[in-house]
Design a protein around this ligand. Structure first.
Ligand SMILES: Nc1nc2c(ncn2[C@@H]2O[C@H](COP(=O)(O)OP(=O)(O)OP(=O)(O)O)[C@@H](O)[C@H]2O)c(=O)[nH]1
Length: 349
């Protein structure tokens, strides 16, 4: 690495970025989730490990108040190389932060991680002693890995294959599905067992500022057409430089300028348009996708420290409360628009 290279300490504030992100079906999903909570014994709340703070949603937390829940930090493998002292420190802080709710960390491809989650689920089920079985709901931001976890729990729990669709774009799970069995009833008992319900990405990301929006977009919780590809690639470059410019040294020497990096990658990987000009936009999305798949470094986007968690503490300040109200209003408006469109379609336009 060039000794003189100094990474940007801050990413420039981008006032033009959209700060709210809203999908109509989220509102309907959230409303439906609320009506179903009374039949749910345990909520499994998935959060993206790389953004433990940014993935918070006060509105969602309000809806779950008083519900027994378990927090699962998904995509652990993308935020860390694993097994370091730093990981243990971070895990301890997050466990303390969410107490008394149990906190687990998962890579959906790790049978060990999935079995640990199953052990907690089983303990909760046995404690309830329900004869009719235990009903769980899995919730979390779009694209956080809910369906992958559901499939993994089912695979490890009852040895059955994939039921829920997974995908690299947010919003794959659109309808609240039926429940699937993940733990069989005890031997000799016909009824019982543990059933898990998949929900759509009802955990609408809470986006108070551009930095939140960029992190959510980089992690794939916001559709890729919301943030311009160059902005997203530049934001990734900013984080790669903070982690280590060696991450892209194969393509370019350390730089704070994303365009020459994209051009170098486009040429080296053959991403060229007619006439041989580099396809910079396509390369920007390819770069982001490479990172999302763990090929350009595994690092956190949120710094997890006691002070940062304190700042994000459970108390909701005025600003957050007003954001919750805004989201509620946006939700109601989206439902009104949808209902109007349906009425218009029923009346023949
Ligand atoms: N590396 C890694 N990738 C994961 C993990 N969990 C999920 N993914 C990937 O993340 C993407 C989204 O996963 P899904 O399970 O479809 O996410 P979802 O929360 O059900 O998505 P929505 O349907 O949009 O709400 C897929 O490409 C998965 O392969 C994980 O633990 N590690």
């Amino acid at each position: 690495m060039a000794a003189s290279f100094v990474p940007r300490a801050l990413f420039p504030t981008l006032d033009s970025l959209p700060r709210s992100y809203y999908l109509g079906h989220h509102a309907a999903g959230l409303a439906k989730m609320r009506t179903m909570l009374s039949q749910i014994d345990l909520v499994i709340e998935c959060r993206d490990y790389r953004i433990p703070l940014t993935s918070r949603n006060p509105m969602f937390e309000q809806s779950l108040a008083g519900q027994e829940r378990m927090i699962v930090y998904t995509k652990k493998d993308l935020g860390t190389v694993g097994g370091t002292h730093e990981d243990s420190r971070r895990h301890a802080l997050l466990r303390h932060f969410h107490a008394p709710a149990p906190v687990l960390f998962s890579d959906h491809k790790s049978p060990r991680d999935v079995r640990q989650i199953l052990t907690h689920i089983r303990a909760s089920y046995e404690q309830q002693g329900s004869l009719t079985g235990s009903h769980l709901m899995i919730v979390g931001m779009p694209n956080v890995g809910k369906s992958s976890l559901l499939n993994a729990l089912r695979r490890e729990g009852v040895g059955k294959g994939k039921v829920a669709h997974t995908g690299a774009q947010p919003g794959i799970t659109r309808k609240i599905g039926t429940s699937v069995k993940i733990i069989a009833p005890p031997e000799g008992e016909g009824s019982g067992g543990v059933y898990l319900l998949d929900t759509p990405g009802v955990f609408i990301p809470y986006v108070p500022d551009a930095d939140h929006m960029l992190k959510l977009a980089l992690c794939g919780s916001v559709k890729d057409n919301v943030i311009p590809p160059f902005t997203l690639a530049d934001y990734l470059l900013y984080h790669m430089n903070l982690a280590s410019p060696d991450l892209y040294s194969h393509y370019h020497p350390p730089t704070n300028d994303v365009m020459p990096l994209l051009e170098a990658i486009a040429r080296q990987t053959g991403r060229l348009q007619k006439g041989g000009t580099p396809d910079l936009e396509g390369t920007a999305m390819w770069l982001v996708q490479r990172w999302r798949n763990g090929h350009l470094g595994r690092f956190m986007l949120d710094e997890v420290s006691a002070a940062a968690l304190e700042q994000y503490g459970p108390a909701m300040d005025g600003e957050k409360q007003s954001s919750v109200n805004q989201m509620r209003r946006a939700g109601k408006e989206a439902l009104r628009v949808k209902a109007k469109a349906r009425r218009a379609a029923a009346n023949g336009g």
